[in-house]
Design a protein around this ligand. Structure first.
Ligand code: WQD
Length: 383
């Protein structure tokens, strides 16, 4: 099939592109790089040997979005283009509702106009709100969402459900992600958000590399085994494979709703300790106040995905934390390496590696600056 991946250079979108290509599909991508980088296209090509057809713009530009539907015989859409940070959404509701809702409305409008009758929508476990019972099945009530991010996802599910009701030949699939972490085993694609991360794993990674000094754990007084928040962390490659099965198997007209989670919850402290143990690094942390919009516990009952898609999450927590770190080591080894280079010989060897990798010359006087800024936790760009 020829599949449009909206948000296809993002963390989740790029992994979906890789799995689609490897499953034999053609891929068209729209992205505005608001939370990704152009080099992701090169990485997808390095992994798959295929250069995706790419359009750079924000889907809010309706004319350009329509042009993509005109220029390509699309069979289906996977819509991942959305802002996705719970904490940030509490502070920026207007941006979240405008971007997340309007892009979905424009996408639905173009699908109807150009008779593209299949969409897989990147939804989220946050639509369940603060669950009364766990694990969560797809029939659990869509509780009172606790943040604009989750509310925008619930509203988009409603929009697409109503669109499907008015267009009975459409297949609308709502995939409710839990907490995607990890990276492709090549280390070429992974979670690399711009600026200070909102989500747990990218924040842990920046602390481990020295770019940020300390992880703040938002509350240790929840009703959970160790007091910190419990979530269902799922390897992003497992999540991406779930999309391939969903786009291939949910072709029947109708609304298909599916949780993509492992069915196992881990606490923040369990994630931190697993990351330290598997990667032999230290993650400095301190307990802070709870984050507005957060809930105590959320994890999936993934029975339906297994029964209807034949999908089960295969990767372990160790795979997730190892692959996350491997991605960063490939991408940002100079931060990590610089912190570890203590002897002059190590610094020299490490410096040469950087000079070769980035085609730069680190003058002698720069060495102290270079290494001291890393050690001081100043993560600003050094090369
Ligand atoms: C996880 C836990 C925090 C950062 C995510 C995505 C959202 C959606 C649902 C896909 C919580 C704690 C975090 C930090 C911390 N996924 N934390 N310090 O809020 O569960 O939502 O899953 O659609 O897109 O954002 O994920 O990683 O922000 O938080 O203590 O610096 O880690 O309190 O318990 P969340 P998260």
């Amino acid at each position: 099939m020829n599949i449009l991946v909206a948000g296809g250079t993002g963390y989740i979108g790029s992994h979906i592109c890789v799995e689609l290509i490897e499953a034999g599909h053609d891929v068209v991508v729209i992205d505005d790089f608001s939370n990704s980088r152009p080099e992701v296209l090169d990485s997808i090509e390095k992994i798959t040997g295929t250069r995706v057809k790419f359009y750079e713009f924000n889907i809010l530009d309706e004319e350009k979005t329509e042009n993509v539907f005109k220029e390509n015989q699309l069979d289906a859409v996977i819509h991942c283009a959305a802002f996705k940070a719970v904490g940030e959404s509490v502070a920026k509701p207007i941006e979240y509702y405008e971007n997340n809702l309007m892009t979905t409305l424009i996408m639905a409008k173009m699908m109807k106009k150009y008779q593209v009758n299949s969409i897989v929508f990147s939804s989220s476990a946050t639509v369940y709100g603060d669950p009364k019972v766990v694990p969560l099945t797809e029939d659990c009530p869509l509780g009172e969402t606790t943040n604009p991010y989750g509310t925008s996802k619930a509203m988009m599910e409603r929009v697409l459900t109503d669109v499907q009701f008015a267009n009975p030949n459409m297949s609308v699939t709502l995939l409710r992600y839990f907490n995607p972490i990890g990276a492709h085993e090549s280390g070429l694609i992974g979670e690399n958000p711009k600026g200070i991360p909102n989500n747990l794993m990218p924040y842990i990674m920046k602390v481990a590399t020295g770019e940020l000094p300390c992880l703040g754990i938002f509350g240790d007084d929840y009703d959970t085994p160790d007091g910190t928040g419990v979530r269902d962390y799922i390897h992003v490659v497992d999540l991406a494979k779930g999309h391939v099965l969903a786009i291939e198997k949910y072709q029947e007209p109708g609304v298909h709703i599916c949780n993509l989670g492992t069915g196992r919850g881990y606490s923040v402290l369990e994630i931190v300790h697993a990351f330290e143990k598997v990667n032999h690094v230290k993650v400095n942390y301190e307990i802070k106040e709870r984050r507005p919009g957060d809930i105590a516990t959320c994890y999936a009952d993934p029975t339906r995905a297994k029964e209807q898609l034949g999908w089960v999450a295969e990767k372990t927590l160790e795979d997730m934390v190892r692959d996350s770190w491997n991605f960063l080591q490939k991408k940002k080894c100079f931060y990590y390496g610089a912190r570890q280079a203590s002897t002059d010989l190590q610094r020299r060897m490490f410096g040469q590696e950087i000079e070769q990798k980035y085609k730069i010359k680190i003058q002698d006087f720069q060495y102290d600056t270079f290494f001291n800024r890393i050690r001081s936790g100043d993560g600003s760009k050094l090369v």
